[in-house]
Design a protein around this ligand. Sequence first.
Ligand code: FAD
Ligand code: NAI
Length: 466
Amino acid sequence: MSEALYDLVIIGGGPGGYVAAIRAAQLGLKTACVEGRGTLGGTCLNVGCMPSKALLQSSEKFVDASKHFAAHGIKADVKLDLDTMLARKDKVVDDLTKGVEFLLKKNKVDYIKGWGAIPKTGEVLVKGESGEQTLKAKNILIATGSESTPLPGIETDEKQIVTSTGALSFKKVPEHLVVIGAGVIGLELGSVWSRLGATVTVVEFLDRVLPGMDGETAKLAQRVLTKQGLKFKLGMKVTGAAKSKGKVKLTMESVKKGTTEELEVDAVLVSIGRRAYTKGLGLEELGVKMERGVIQVDDHFQTSVPGIYAIGDCIPGPMLAHKAEEDGVACVETLAGQKGHVNYALVPGVVYTHPEIACVGKSEEALKEAGVEYKVGKFPFSANSRARAMGESDGQVKILSDATSDKVLGVHIIGPAAGELLSEAVAVMEFGGSAEDIARTCHSHPGLSEAVKEAALAVAGRAIHM
Ligand code: FAD
Ligand code: NAI
């Protein structure tokens, strides 16, 4: 049993934890990062953002080669080699997680392998393969992330009835995949397997996809994805799943009518949300305040127990890697005597389907509910020359601005590279800018970003190319 004294011990090496560790080290804090899974990068790098984006990229190339190259005058005889595609994905993950390990080393953060618990304030007990050790800590930061929310009555085996983790590694393309939940994971991973040849049926409890997102944008997304082959069963809940003879028999119930349906499929992805993960930390014994499993923190990320902080997916807020990173930086900057701050009103959200769906700020529904008077400017990618040249003319940019001040309140984009285009809007909104500010900014031609400018011009009724 060895002992060391740290300014900060972070439990969890995901985007929240490892970014906090690097920033803490930059600020001169003696820092350790405890991670149990054997590799750094958390859910995001190991089984989340990055493997899913690697497969989205590969499957998009497959669709391009098999369906779209011909229109460009390129003839190809295309075959899928799933093993190579999955191996590439694994290599992307491996390279990235090793990259994070290198970054911790470079910044002189001690990477402690093992599962951490907090027996008392000021101490982290780590159980690793090589035994136990206690780390003494002036401050402890919990960054233990989240896990898939289970659906009662449906047991996952990560082979046939899977969470997102299993859906990143199907050994062969399922003939018929049912995705439970038309949220971000359902649409992204549903897209992957649909592109690779599966029939994909998305079963959603609500009567819309992507709840929380701007309604019109979500509807457009559903339309485009339907055109690509995804099937949607909205207003339905799955009530059971029974495995037999290599198939899964699903029973479903209409939420409004109560009628039931059965569907026999090859695989099922349960993606009905994620929940905070805090198992084994000993938080109940310490008296850390929780609400429905989520750690409660104050404005400086301190839990109800002094000296113990928490960030990322295990505290309230959107479960996004960049939000976890912002939390981590703000938390340790405050610990180091600076004024850390996160603007939660402007956390962008991007769904990496094709086309991408990207939103920041308020939706039309939220503005209506709050009784805010607003103006709308929209511009379709079908009227954007670059999108036409690329053959990517589905979608639109929508800008919502305050009816009186013209301050941008929300931007909702569905279209090519929507996630990248959104960054301009986020920056303008951070500076409290107006639609007119975007409209009067010179955008290079021919560029997809001209659609953002045109939507801003449309707010004032003076779009040029529409
Ligand atoms: P995590 O990344 O979950 O990291 C927590 C780490 O703590 C884990 O590695 C875990 O092993 C470790 N840990 C837990 N308990 C202990 C313990 N007691 N001791 C030691 N270690 C412990 N977000 C985006 O922004 N963009 C995306 O494109 C995106 N895609 C996603 C795709 C999928 C399929 C999934 C599942 C998620 C995706 N997310 C995405 C969400 C993103 O992964 C999370 O929001 C992000 O990882 C949260 O970071 P975190 O550091 O809070 O937690
Ligand atoms: P989600 O919250 O995005 O979507 C879950 C969906 O399941 C909702 O539409 C919900 O109405 C539906 N649902 C809930 N219970 C149901 C039931 N019993 N039957 C049918 N439908 C039901 O959650 P998801 O997709 O699992 O993703 C989890 C988190 O991971 C998200 O909150 C997101 O923050 C993060 N993530 C982010 C990504 C990105 O930023 N690109 C990509 C993937 C995940």
